[in-house]
Write a protein that binds this ligand. Structure first.
Ligand code: 8X3
Length: 256
């Protein structure tokens, strides 16, 4: 495994769930972290913990990846010593609603497409040119089992994650001939605020999603991300698809 000590790792959606666990997993390997999220106060609350966990430095950036101008400005405004990003983890993403497409509120689509697809593209657009110039870097996109198997009432969310797969493939093709690697990590059910956000705070409905089975922990996904970033330079972990043992695809579960 390659050392990650002192590597600059930028993570979007770093204030909770998989993003936060990924920050801790890279901290444990001595990375320098650029953490982006809308809720700066949550990021600020983790600085001491991340430093104790081993991070060589932490820079928090308040950022909504849906806002293209803000993404461009935030990346252009990074202090010089933080600009040479080695690993971009495009983690920010969300689902809104679980409804038939022909009955859904289009506002749900805007939020999912603007974050999961357009936000990921904006980050990629403003980070990857520097990687190409420096001749080093890796983009790790968070996909989902939802991008592999469409499920009932989740058509648009699934479409955004299928788009992530296609963008990952497209970027990999575009970067051939450069040393910049592109990876996607596609988890199934993970115990995060994902369902609470999908159901706009309805905790009872969210709890039912994970009832009777053991979902992945955010740290399980973080470990996969850090593994993909740790392999030797001539190896590209193109895709990792991981699910709980109690899950076979997007629709087949073992519930007790
Ligand atoms: C999350 C996976 O199946 O809970 O991306 O929608 S699922």
């Amino acid at each position: 495994m390659e050392s990650l000590r002192g590597k600059i790792v930028l993570i979007t959606g770093a204030s909770s769930g998989i993003g936060k666990a990924t920050a801790y997993a890279f901290a444990a390997r001595g990375a320098k972290l650029v953490l982006c999220a809308r809720r700066l106060e949550l990021l600020d609350g983790e600085v001491d913990g991340l430093t104790s966990a081993g991070a060589e430095g932490v820079l928090n950036v308040q950022l909504d990846v849906q806002d293209r101008a803000a993404v461009e400005a935030a990346l252009a405004g990074l202090p010089e010593e933080w600009k040479a990003i080695d690993v971009l983890v495009n983690n920010a993403g969300l689902s809104r609603g679980l409804t038939k497409i022909y009955e859904d509120d289009p506002q749900n689509w805007e939020e999912m497409i603007d974050t999961n697809v357009k936000g990921l593209l904006y980050m990629t657009r403003y980070v990857v040119p520097g990687m190409v110039e420096r001749g080093a870097g890796q983009v790790i996109n968070l996909g989902s089992t939802a991008g592999h198997w469409t499920y009932a009432n989740g058509g648009v969310y699934c479409a955004t994650k299928a788009a992530v797969n296609v963008i990952t493939e497209g970027l990999k093709i575009d970067l051939i001939g450069t040393p910049v690697r592109v990876t996607s990590v596609d988890p199934g059910m993970v115990e995060t605020d994902f369902s609470k956000i999908r159901f706009r705070g309805d905790e009872e409905r969210a709890a039912k999603v994970y009832a009777g089975l053991k979902p992945l922990e955010p740290s399980d996904v973080a470990d996969a991300i850090v593994y993909a970033a740790s392999v030797p330079k001539h190896v590209n972990i193109s895709n990792i698809l991981l699910m709980p043992t109690d899950q076979s695809n997007s629709t087949t579960f073992n519930r007790k």
